[in-house]
Design a protein around this ligand. Structure first.
Ligand code: PLP
Length: 458
């Protein structure tokens, strides 16, 4: 029998219990489950892609299919996934998402859901204060770092007026590709993007930045944005934020800091000292689904001048004449979305339920464990490091060359017990070990080190 489209209370209890039981079993398994799976079993992809029937399918069958889908790829919820940027997906925030979807308030305009907007704006204000941005700063929660950066680029571009083809953007050659993608989507020619070389520690070389800006000014171009990264995806490097702020302010460029990965290390004492200068940004990209361990879809853009966002994104239809003005923001005019999920709720629930100190403790643990891993890697023969780490990413390689490095990566990943990824800098392959999951403890890091050591011995 197909489930009715509006279940009875009794049915809701049953349905909810089955789903939560499934989820709880999944979380329970994360301690022992492999960090990655093999290729999907034959026929699975086709089965998962099947169109829905007219009649409905048994919940057990659907959960079984979903379960099989989880046995593919690598497991981003695992505490043993050290590839890319790990993100745990807090259980409390997942339930917050359920609550947000189930109550389905429309948080696009303050007039429609002042309570929801107040909850969300409280989260935004907390972030703005965390980064030490001045009073009056605000922001908007968006789907992730890519959209946050796009929103910032559109605002900075808007300041140049309709004719912006002389506007230039400066970021480092180690910046995340989403910055260049954002510029392209915003209609900025690649000819106007300067990838400033990095120094030996993968940080933007500010002398080269100054040179590039001088050259552009001499050719009559307008420096539009300086975009340093606070924690690169490759190696966790932090560009010189204070110097970048100084340069940006000298030439009147918009300073955008990409802190998608590194941002919430600001909660820790060490992180705050590494990120000093970030408070001078005109805008900051943060990703709660990275360094706040939230489920995917929760990023944010923090801005010093919310009016700049509004000028670039406002627009009303006649059918919106009832949208009234008050003290709470209308997110619909601060970013690209009109209808949007209530992103504030999962973050608000998790932060308030656990308290901020537990987030600080997880991030401090990541910094500590990175140092543990560093020491272990340093003690291995023929292993070179890009170091020292600034946050919680280590990059290492075999001094025997790319082939040997690739061999270590492949043989560690073949165990499926842990998962690592790699990057390439100056034609050299580097293996990345990124720590950022609340499910990662010393035991998982220790196991990773054992497997790396074994693979390195060959
Ligand atoms: C992940 C990441 C991004 C992109 O964020 P999404 O949330 O994946 O869109 C941007 N910059 C850096 C440094 C990142 O690590």
């Amino acid at each position: 029998m197909a489930w009715p489209i509006e279940p009875t209370n009794e049915q809701r209890v049953t349905l909810g219990a089955e789903l939560i039981e499934f989820l709880n079993a999944f979380i329970e398994d994360r301690g022992t489950a492999p960090a990655s799976s093999g290729e999907p079993t034959p026929g699975l992809i086709e089965e998962l892609m099947a169109p829905p029937p007219d009649g409905g399918i048994d919940l057990g069958v659907l959960l079984q299919m979903f379960s099989q889908s989880l046995d593919t790829g690598f497991d981003t919820a695992s505490g043993r996934m050290f590839s890319y940027i790990p993100t745990g997906g807090l259980y409390s925030a997942a339930l917050g998402n359920l609550l947000a979807s189930g109550t389905n308030r429309w948080s696009g305009g303050a007039h429609a859901a002042p309570g929801a907007v107040a909850i969300e704006q409280g989260v935004v204000s907390w972030m703005v204060n965390l980064f030490g941005m001045p009073a009056g700063s605000s922001g908007i929660l968006v789907s992730g770092g890519s959209v946050a950066t796009l929103t910032a680029v559109v605002a900075a571009r808007h300041r140049l007026g309709e004719k912006f083809s002389d506007g230039t953007i400066y970021t480092s050659d180690r910046a995340h590709h989403s910055l260049i993608k954002a510029a392209r989507i915003a209609g900025i020619s690649e000819q106007r993007i300067r990838l400033i070389p990095s120094d030996s520690r993968q940080r933007m070389d500010v002398t080269r930045l100054r040179e590039a800006i001088s050259e552009d000014l001499a050719s009559g171009l307008r420096p539009m944005m300086v975009m340093p990264t606070a924690g690169t995806t490759d190696t966790g490097a932090i560009d010189p934020l204070k110097e970048c702020a100084e340069v940006a302010s000298e030439v009147g460029a918009w300073l955008h800091v990409d802190a998608a990965y590194g941002g919430f290390f600001q909660l820790t004492e060490r992180g705050r000292s590494s990120l000093a200068g970030i408070e001078q940004a005109d805008s900051i990209t943060v990703d709660a689904h990275k360094s706040l361990m939230m489920p995917f879809g929760l990023g944010g853009l923090l801005v010093r001048d919310p009016q700049a966002l509004i000028e670039a994104h406002s627009g009303r239809g006649v059918y919106m004449r009832d949208v009234s003005e008050g003290s709470l923001p209308h997110y619909l005019e601060m970013g690209p979305e009109l209808t949007r999920p209530f992103r504030g709720l999962p973050i608000w629930l998790a932060l308030n339920l656990h308290g901020v100190s537990q987030f600080r403790e997880v991030l401090d643990r990541m910094l500590d464990l990175t140092l543990v891993a560093l020491e272990r890697l340093e003690s291995m023969d023929n292993i070179e490091l890009i170091g020292p780490p600034e946050l919680s990413i280590l990059a290492f390689r075999s001094s025997q060359g790319n082939e040997a490095t690739q061999r270590i990566l492949d043989s560690v990943n073949a165990t499926k017990e842990i998962h690592l990824s790699s990057t390439e800098i100056d034609n050299k392959i580097w293996i990345r070990l990124a720590l950022l999951s609340h499910r990662t403890h010393e035991a998982q890091v220790d196991r990773a080190m054992q497997l790396i050591e074994k693979a390195n011995r060959g």
